[in-house]
Design a protein around this ligand. Structure first.
Ligand code: 5AD
Length: 480
């Protein structure tokens, strides 16, 4: 059975040659040649250096179109018109599913028709040379953002292609995304990705890794998200990753979001080995958006305000066209600028909000209990512990489509809009913690004059897109 152990040089070389044989562009992903390319890059393109040395939160959008020239134009536009600090390259869905043949057909169609026939940039098909052209053309660091459970070939090609940051992880790109990949297999696959990043790091090219914090993006209790971030961080650190950006997705209650970001940073630094530089990223709301650009900008602005108070190292912005899928470049830049305006106005202010410290304390206690359960399940081995804890339900993610997680916990907002758990199933938290959640939810039920039930959960899932925070029955409010 899998263990949280560093892959040997022989194992790395063996997997590397197998993975690179999966598609013709893999061959050019030569490590030594790639090191020389990375070394040729100026300091302003070194992702980890830029992120870790920033003194206020850096802004990064999502963006990916199929053709290379269009991708360069798009990213230059977002840098110019959106003032993006860090650039993304969002990978298309076929590549995420390892369907490079279909990605090739889509790319061909895009080249012929000029239309965006793929929903992202097929980096494997563009190959090492195409990626280097992109990196050369831009003057900011660029990250690979995707959602690929088996991202081995994508990592081999894009690292060799000059990208210095790579999103995702074995839990965060499995449990929320798919039911076709079992957890032990994705952990094994990501050990290769992280080991490869570690190998570059040892040769002086630090590859930043960013586990995907928002998970299912829907009412995820902060302690569950933070637990997953720390597990993925530990697994990556074992493989030699030294620059880690832990993520968290906005839930919309300012106090809870600020508390969660602070807990994420604190626990990340505490649990990860001291040789790892830990940074944090805040994702603007990942749930359903209002189908109205003005209202959507309000949600984005709230994200900007929250981030300005909590000061994560990076913010992933949304666009006011979120409800309709991939945004136009103008809308994408607008989301960046809305966020920037809020950040710049609020960074100057000292804002104190009651209850942040207590909330942070609660999040930390829950997270410690969950992590403890994972370590116990694995007799100290975090890889085994994770698989077993998801299996027993000691660790769980709400609304997970994966067979590797029970998906039995159910979240609901309390009377203040903070995300609590209505159904704990087998989650490894103490009775004392459960009581706090129950009391909070009981208060909401009393305000609304209804029983706690799945109805609340369903109402909450739609609340923000309906223009509210809490999914209350008509006419009820606690705002006084
Ligand atoms: N360009 C910009 N945004 C994208 N997203 C997905 N693909 C792209 C793309 N090619 C965004 C969605 C959503 C998030 C999960 O990713 O709009 O916000």
């Amino acid at each position: 059975m899998i263990r949280d152990e560093r892959l040997s040089a022989t194992a790395l070389a063996q997997i590397d040659s197998q993975v690179r044989g999966e598609w013709p562009t893999g061959e050019a992903a030569d490590f030594e040649d790639a090191l020389a390319f990375h070394e040729s890059l100026p300091p302003e393109k070194r992702f980890a250096t830029v992120l870790e040395s920033a003194d206020s939160p850096l802004l990064q959008p999502r963006a990916g179109v199929p053709r290379l020239a269009d991708q360069i134009d798009l990213l230059e536009y977002l840098q110019m018109a959106g003032e993006a600090d860090l650039l993304p390259t969002t990978i298309d869905s076929y590549t995420r599913d390892n369907q490079y043949e279909k990605a090739a057909t889509g790319l061909e169609a895009a080249r012929k028709s000029g239309a965006d026939t793929l929903n992202g940039f097929p980096a494997v098909n563009h190959g090492v040379e195409g990626c280097r052209e992109l990196i050369d053309a831009l003057d900011a660091p660029v990250e690979v953002r995707h959602g690929t459970p088996d991202a081995r070939l994508l990592a081999a090609v894009t690292f060799a292609g000059g990208f210095q940051s790579f999103e995702g992880g074995p839990i965060s790109y499995n449990i929320p995304y798919t039911n076709r990949h079992d957890l032990a297999t994705t952990i094994e696959h990501w050990q290769y990705v992280d080991r490869l990043a570690g190998a570059y790091t040892e040769r002086g090219v630090r590859i930043n890794r960013e586990p995907f914090g928002p998970l299912t993006g829907t009412l995820v209790p902060p302690s569950i998200a933070i637990t997953v971030m720390i597990i993925e961080g530990l697994l990556a650190a074992t493989q030699g990753v030294r620059s880690l950006t832990l993520g968290y997705g906005q839930v919309g209650n300012v106090a809870q979001d600020v508390a969660a970001l602070r807990a994420l940073r604190k626990l990340g630094n505490e649990y990860l080995p001291s040789e790892v530089t830990v940074t944090t990223v805040f994702h603007e709301w990942m749930g359903g958006f209002p189908p109205d650009e003005a209202r959507a900008s309000g949600v984005i602005g709230l994200g900007g305000l929250t981030a300005a108070i909590a000061r994560p190292d990076k913010i992933i912005t949304k666009s006011p066209q979120e409800f309709r899928g991939v945004p136009t470049k103008e809308a994408n830049a607008a989301g960046l600028r809305t966020t920037r305006q809020l950040i710049d106005m609020i960074l100057e202010q000292d804002i104190e909000i009651d209850g942040i410290d207590d909330e942070q304390d609660l999040i930390e206690r829950e997270t410690r209990q969950l992590l403890e359960a994972v370590f116990e399940h694995g007799n100290g081995d975090v890889a085994r512990g994770t698989i077993r804890a998801f299996n027993s339900g000691a660790l769980d993610v709400p609304f997970s489509p994966s067979d590797s997680a029970n998906g039995a916990v159910l979240p609901a907002r309390d009377d203040d809009g903070r995300v609590r758990l209505l159904e704990f199933a087998d989650l490894a938290v103490s009775e004392e913690i459960k009581e706090i959640h129950r009391n909070r939810l009981a208060r909401r039920a009393a305000t609304e004059g209804r029983e706690q039930s799945f109805r609340m959960v369903a109402d909450d899932v739609d609340a923000i897109s309906d223009g509210k925070l809490i999914g209350r029955p008509g006419g009820v409010s606690n705002a006084d």
